[in-house]
Write a protein that binds this ligand. Structure first.
Ligand SMILES: [Zn+2]
Length: 488
């Protein structure tokens, strides 16, 4: 055969091989220049990941304070070694925040990536292997924090490493923000964000503390609820008193508490506290459609929890109530005596109650607490005193994200391309402190862009992360940053 022809055959083979290689690695997305680096470096990255997971950065245990700090230092050094600039461990009144940036993409937007390096406590006896001795098995890495959120943190860093190694530069400016108190409700994050507003300025923001629906289905979270909690005690006497002597003569604290709690909702399941809904934004048509498309089986859920019906605010579906409507729930009431104590013939002199509200944008937790206190004051009968107990923390702000921002469009488009289908747009009934804080303090919507999966036992024993997702996450971030860089 003539040489040009042989060359041509070789060329065809090369293209064919590239395509095979690309599809074998799930890359049909035009990021082949990075795929090789990503794949070649997986063994070394897995070692690095194991090192990260082996640090017991348990934010809730005072005894582990030094380990949390060691983890922050480890992360800072990694960021530096990967070529990020200005890497630092920034002190707060609690555990530190790790920051690093890459700011040489002149005229390009800045993308902030948020995650957390602290982890949940462990019940070691329940684990099949030691939670801080990471173990690789069946394509998974087991260890506390592997999924939530150390896996999320590393994929973003490795993606940037791949781009810097390959191109010597990034298509956008980057800011990494890794928190050390997410698992304890981010008690110092508001203070941190408000004192570092300039440092955190960004055009786009994404949280890697986020999920995909499954291997083959992407998802994006479009709203999180906020939260407000309170506890109070009603007193009608300085002790419990004999019911034969005082029954019918003195007010009964348990009964008064029941009557009071009954005034908190009306017959339609609406919260009856004045002003409670004043700042609530009504659902948009788009949000209604999202809720209608939620992959959710009411009957299955009723069965699983042994319930017979759903109830709540009239005029809304179950999904709408959880995603878009605020709630007020009594989470605990105690007074008098318990059955284990035998029989006590008493008129309770005190009664206690805990309330938790789930809030939606733009409700403010402190305002809601004030409104409830006012409601209680106007409904409290004579002869009762009330005292409130500060429960500390657990006051999160809600946030709701638009589908018309560039940040949304970039993530939506990249996920669609990567999975070959559009992401599910989901609300969540739960709270995410950092997301709410970034929205409130910086007016910066932090979209979810993560690859964790529901079955990974985060917050439970035998937590794991899939190695395939550690790879997929890197592809996704390379694509995202390229997309944003090319857009402007
Ligand atoms: Zn998390």
């Amino acid at each position: 055969m003539k040489k040009p022809f042989i060359n041509f055959i070789f060329f065809l083979l090369l293209i064919f091989n590239c395509r095979l290689y690309a599809s074998a690695n799930g890359d049909t997305t035009g990021i082949i220049p990075y795929s090789k680096y990503i794949n070649d470096n997986m063994p070394q990255h897995i070692q690095e990941f194991k090192e990260f997971v082996s640090i017991p950065s348990l934010s809730s245990l005072p005894a582990n304070k030094k380990e949390v700090e060691r983890c922050a230092e480890w992360l800072k050094e990694k960021l530096q070694a990967k070529g990020l600039l200005n890497a630092q461990v920034l002190a707060t009144d609690g555990h530190p925040v790790v920051f690093a940036e890459w700011n040489k993409a002149k005229g390009k937007p800045t993308v902030l990536i948020y995650g957390h390096y602290d982890v949940q406590p462990v019940q070691e006896a329940m684990w099949n292997s030691l939670p801080f001795v990471p173990k690789e098995e069946n394509g998974r890495i087991y260890g506390r924090g592997a999924s939530d959120d150390k896996g999320g943190v590393v994929v973003a860093i490795w993606a940037i490493e791949a781009m810097l190694k390959k191109d010597g530069s990034l298509p956008v400016n980057i800011k990494f923000l890794f928190e050390g108190e997410e698992e304890i409700g981010s008690p110092h994050f508001t203070q941190f964000v408000t004192t570092h507003k300039d440092l955190l300025k960004a055009d786009y923001a994404y949280s890697v503390d986020a999920f995909q629906k499954s291997d083959t289905e992407p998802e994006m979270v479009m709203s999180v609820r906020g939260a407000a909690t309170m506890e109070f005690t009603l007193k009608t006497a300085n002790r419990d008193l004999h019911s034969g002597v005082f029954g019918g003569k003195l007010p009964n604290a348990a009964q008064i508490l029941s009557q009071l709690v009954a005034t908190l909702h009306d017959a339609d399941g609406k919260v009856a506290v004045e002003g409670f809904y004043d700042t609530v934004q009504p659902m948009t048509a788009e949000e209604k459609a999202m809720a209608a498309h939620a992959p959710y089986d009411e009957q299955k859920e009723l069965q699983e929890y042994g319930a017979t019906l759903f109830s709540g605010e009239k005029g809304y579906t179950s999904v709408e109530r959880v995603w878009y409507r605020p709630t007020l729930d009594v989470t605990g009431m105690w007074s008098g005596y318990t059955a284990e104590e035998g029989f006590l013939n008493i008129v309770p002199g005190s009664a206690h109650c805990r309330i938790m509200c789930r809030l939606v944008a733009n409700q403010q937790s402190d305002e809601i607490i004030t409104q409830i206190k006012k409601h209680i004051a106007t409904h409290l009968p004579e002869g009762v005193t009330i005292t409130y107990k500060d429960l500390g923390g657990f006051a999160n702000d809600a946030a709701k994200f638009s589908t018309s921002t560039d940040a949304f469009k970039a993530a939506f488009s990249v996920l669609t391309k990567l999975y070959g289908k559009e992401p599910l747009l989901m609300g969540t009934g739960g709270s995410n402190a950092a997301v709410g804080i970034m929205m409130k303090q910086l007016n910066l919507p932090m979209y979810s862009f993560g690859f964790l999966q529901e079955d990974e036992n985060y917050h439970s024993h035998n937590e794991f992360m899939r190695i395939s997702d550690l790879k997929k996450g890197q592809y996704a971030f390379c694509m995202l940053l390229k997309y944003i860089g090319e857009k402007k």
